[in-house]
Write a protein that binds this ligand. Sequence first.
Ligand code: ADP
Ligand code: MG
Length: 603
Amino acid sequence: MIRVLEKNVADKIAAGEVIDRPVSIVKELVENSIDAGADSITVEIRNGGKSYIRVTDNGCGIEESDVENAFKRHATSKISNVEDLDDIGTLGFRGEALASICAVSRVELITKTMAGREGTSIVVEESQVKSHKSTGCPEGTTITVRDLFFNLPARLKFLSSDASETRRITDMMSRIALSYPDVRVSLISGGKNIFTSTGKGNILNNIINIYGADTGKFLIPVSAEDGDMILKGFISNPSRTLSSGSKQIFAVNGRVISSNVMKSALEAGYRERLMHGRFPIAFLFLCVPGSTLDVNIHPAKREIRFNDNGRIEDFISEAVAKALKSDEGVSRAVISQKPHDEIQEKVILETNAPVNIRKNVSEKKEQVVRKKEQKQEQVNIKQVLSSIKRKPEVLEEISGFEEEKSTYNVPFDFDSLSVIGTLFNTYILTQNEGNFFMIDQHAAHERIFYEQMKNQYMSSEKASQQLIAPINISVSSDSVACEESWIPAVTNMGYTMEYFGNNNYLVREIPAFISLEDAEAFLRDFISSAGDNLDPTDKRAIDRIITRACKASVKGGDVLHTEEAVSLINRLKKCENPFSCPHGRPTFVKMSKYEIEKMFKRV
Ligand code: ADP
Ligand code: MG
């Protein structure tokens, strides 16, 4: 027998789509506050939000006559017709959050608009209005959610420990604080202040408040514009990475989201600058026209879909790559540093709210009402953007950034380097005006070799040198048996060889740009790595083997004279990716004069 579910059962099922744990409630409520134009939001939780969540904002409030509607399913003030779905400028629009929350908890809402003479207080439990009365209260909205899942014990059991629910909320709230630098966000857990952002519109300071000054010092600004797309934000220098992508924050049009497209674009931008298994820290804020994406695919709106993934990906990865090729992208000499993964999320105990906030509130309120009428323009995005544009001043405020300021995002200038010597027969020491650099001769050589070999492989003209006396190399019988899988590849790189019998090959020509010794070591390693099923048209497989074989062929420890060091740097300069070897190790590390002076306590 097919039955139509009773309303209260249907409500609970629908709620499950939006509300799975306390953090999803906090997220919905805070997004509502942001949509309401609030510039100060306080979140208080107890027991990881299971027993108590209270969100207080100074936004536009809800009119008395609308208060009950706010709790109805598909009740929203944010869209009214299908066309509106194509260009959503608010965080919410489904009208589902409050309806879902009140189906699975006890909710009390107190709210007042600027125009309202009095405020309204309403209590809703299991979707039933329990009380509805007038009350005196400040402008804005306070929602208290108690006893989550009191009516769904099975769900309650699925929640994690208080500590880990708190962690989830802290993480989400830091993301919100970062993406809304002009909103003062405060998180209190069990009566303790977890963090408070200043709301003064400074993204970098916010990052530092949340992740610590040490991380802040390693951030490189990213900034790009292409037609109707704008990207702003910060990424970490390759010398500061983590073992997971947990500190990668992406926002699109002010909405913090998870996006595989942005994630892989970030990775692609770093290309070979990272060791395998390392992840950069990133805060990337993308603005694109609302019509080029679909935010409607995920009930909790954590994901979005771009119409043109390729375009977004190229745009972001190019911006990241460009930032990494700047002066600030050169790896830093890290002398004393906590292990990367132990960066403590810095807890800011900042109890003094900026004094001028309340003063400005009524002024802002008027603006907010106007904004609401204009169908909620994308206020927050503009705030984000304008605050990041203030970048250079921001840098000034952080010690350690002073040196870089004058060369802010300028492509690295190899010609400014002068060689001062070598160290341990392995490192070339160089300087320019404000910095000291060490170049790992082995890593540099590997990078040069790799790019030359790869270019030769790709190019139609092969630069080869004929050997006066051909060399003989002996390989395994397996390699002979599958010679058709590797011979075309090495031929493509400028080798000419023929079978001589008895598992031996005669090599008559080698690539023009390498020594006989290197050419031979490379060839042996390439053949033994190729295995028996190398597809000569599989560029990525070939690339992997070239990368490997490069390592085998380049030996460190040769003493370089100044002219040789200069020539190595000049060849490195011509590389597409000069700052790391193909395996992600840095070729260069930099120490600024300022850092050196600091080491000697001169500054
Ligand atoms: P949605 O955000 O998708 O519109 P919600 O269920 O989250 O749906 O909220 C329903 C409506 O309640 C909103 O459209 C808004 O008009 C009102 N509302 C909710 N929270 C607030 C708040 N903090 N301040 C002002 N209005 C609010
Ligand atoms: Mg909402």
